[in-house]
Design a protein around this ligand. Structure first.
Ligand code: FE2
Length: 386
C-alpha cells in the first residue's frame, strides 16, 4: 500500500519529508541513449518528436570512436551516441540491449560532493569526478551505476556557458521542424527483474536520499492476464521522480517481463514528458507518424465525468476529442491529468514515451493502469510475447 509521506507546499514544488538533502538535485540535465545509428535517430526525434538540433561531437570535432548528437526541446536534452568502432563499450551495450537509455544525467551544484555522498553510501562508481574544459569554461562530471547497466551522471555546470559540454560544438542545421510542445521530463521509469524492486527502492532511499511516496501492488495493477508492482521514488524537491517496476505473477507474461527479456536486463522503460496542451502535442505527433497505444473501449470515455467527480467542472478538454486521439484521463484529490503512451520506439519492445499534462494531479494515472495494460497486451498478442 501507499506509504503516506506528509508534504508541505513550497512554491510549485513539494518538499518530501524524510527525503535527505545530502544530494541536492536541480533537475534532469540530459538523457543519453546508446543507439546503432545516431544520425538517423536524430532525424526521427527532430521530425516526429519536434526536437531541435542543439550540439554535436564526432570525427569533425576530434573524436575517433563515437559521435553524439544533442537535441533539445524546452528543458529536455537528449543525447544520441553511436560507436564508430566495434571494439567499444558503447557497441557492446547496443549488442546486448539494442537502442536504449544509458545515462540519466542529473544537474547538481557540486558533482564531486554528489559522487562522494553516493559512493560512500554504497553506490558503484561509473565515472570519477572529472573536470572537462574548453573555451566556454569548465564542467565537472561524475557518475554512479543504478539498475542494470544504466548510470546516473552528476553534472556541475556553474562555470560553463557553452552549447552543451566541453568538446561539443553548436549544431546548426537547415532542417528545423517545429517543436511539439514538450516542456520537461516529468518522470523516468525503471524496469527491474523479479523480486528486485525493493532492493532498488532501498538504493534510491539510502544512496540518493529519495523517498518512496506512492506504491502500487499487483492487486491494483493487474488485468486478466498479467500484473506488475511499482513504487515511485522522488527526491526532496520533487523535481526528479523515478518509479521502479517489477513483474508480478499472472496467467501470461507481463509487459515488464517482455521488456526484461528483450532488453536483456533491467533498464529504462519509459520517459514521461510534460506538455501544457496534450491535444495539440498529440495531434501534431500523430501527423508526424508517431504511433500510440490504441484507445480503450467507448465505455472508458463515458465514465470520465463520474471518475473526475469534483474536477469535472474545471476540465476544459472535449471528451470526444480526447477519445479521438486515445488520450487517457485520471484524477486524484488535487486535480486531474491527461496522458498517452507511444508504442515502443525501437524494434525490440523496450523503451517508449508517455506524454502527460498535469492539471493539478500529482499521481501517475493509477486509474488508467487497467485500460493501459489491456492496450499493451493487445500489442503483446500481436508480437506473440504475451
Ligand atoms: Fe509514467
Amino acid at each position: 500500500m501507499a506509504k503516506e509521506v506528509k508534504s508541505v507546499e513550497y512554491g510549485l514544488e513539494k518538499i518530501f519529508e524524510g527525503a535527505q538533502d545530502f544530494l541536492p538535485l536541480l533537475g534532469t540535465d540530459y538523457v543519453e541513449f546508446y543507439v546503432g545509428n545516431a544520425k538517423q535517430a536524430a532525424h526521427y526525434y527532430k521530425t516526429a518528436f519536434g526536437f531541435q538540433s542543439h550540439a554535436y561531437a564526432g570525427l569533425e570535432t576530434g573524436l575517433k570512436d563515437r559521435c553524439s548528437y544533442v537535441l533539445a526541446q524546452n528543458k529536455i536534452r537528449l543525447v544520441l551516441t553511436t560507436p564508430l568502432v566495434s571494439d567499444s563499450p558503447i557497441a557492446e551495450h547496443i549488442k546486448k540491449h539494442g537502442d536504449g537509455v544509458k545515462v540519466i544525467a542529473l544537474w547538481v551544484e557540486d558533482a564531486t560532493k554528489a559522487f562522494e555522498e553516493t559512493t560512500s553510501r554504497g553506490a558503484k562508481a561509473f565515472m570519477q569526478p572529472t573536470v572537462e574544459k574548453d573555451q566556454f569554461g569548465e564542467v565537472v562530471r561524475s557518475g554512479i551505476y543504478t539498475y542494470g547497466e544504466t548510470v546516473h551522471i552528476f553534472v556541475e555546470r556553474k562555470k560553463y556557458d557553452g552549447p552543451f559540454l566541453p568538446g561539443f560544438v553548436k549544431w546548426e542545421s537547415d532542417y528545423n521542424p517545429t517543436d511539439v510542445g514538450f516542456k520537461y521530463v516529468d518522470h523516468m521509469v525503471g524496469n527491474v527483474g523479479w523480486g528486485e524492486m525493493n532492493q532498488w527502492v532501498k538504493f534510491y532511499e539510502d544512496v540518493m536520499g529519495f523517498v518512496n511516496f506512492l506504491s502500487f501492488d499487483d492487486k491494483q495493477i493487474h488485468t486478466e492476464y498479467s500484473a506488475l508492482m511499482s513504487k515511485v521514488m522522488s527526491n526532496g524537491n520533487g523535481r526528479i521522480k523515478f518509479p521502479i517496476n517489477e513483474p508480478a505473477e499472472g496467467k501470461k507474461k507481463s509487459q515488464i517481463e517482455e521488456y526484461i527479456q528483450f532488453y536483456e536486463g533491467a533498464g529504462c522503460q519509459h520517459i514521461a514528458v510534460a506538455t501544457d496542451d496534450i491535444i495539440k502535442t498529440v495531434t501534431e505527433m500523430r501527423k508526424r507518424g508517431v504511433e500510440f497505444l490504441s484507445a480503450p473501449p467507448a465505455a472508458y470515455y463515458e465514465e470520465i465525468p463520474a471518475r473526475l467527480g469534483k474536477h469535472m467542472s474545471m476540465m476544459k478538454e472535449d471528451i470526444k476529442e480526447l477519445q479521438k486521439l486515445a488520450i487517457l484521463v485520471d484524477a486524484d484529490e488535487e486535480g486531474y491529468l491527461l496522458q498517452i503512451f507511444t508504442k515502443p520506439v525501437e524494434d525490440r519492445p523496450t523503451l517508449f514515451y508517455e506524454i502527460i499534462q498535469r492539471m493539478g494531479a500529482r499521481g501517475f494515472g493509477a486509474g488508467n493502469f487497467k485500460a493501459l495494460f489491456e492496450s499493451i497486451e493487445r500489442e503483446q498478442e500481436r508480437r506473440g510475447t504475451l
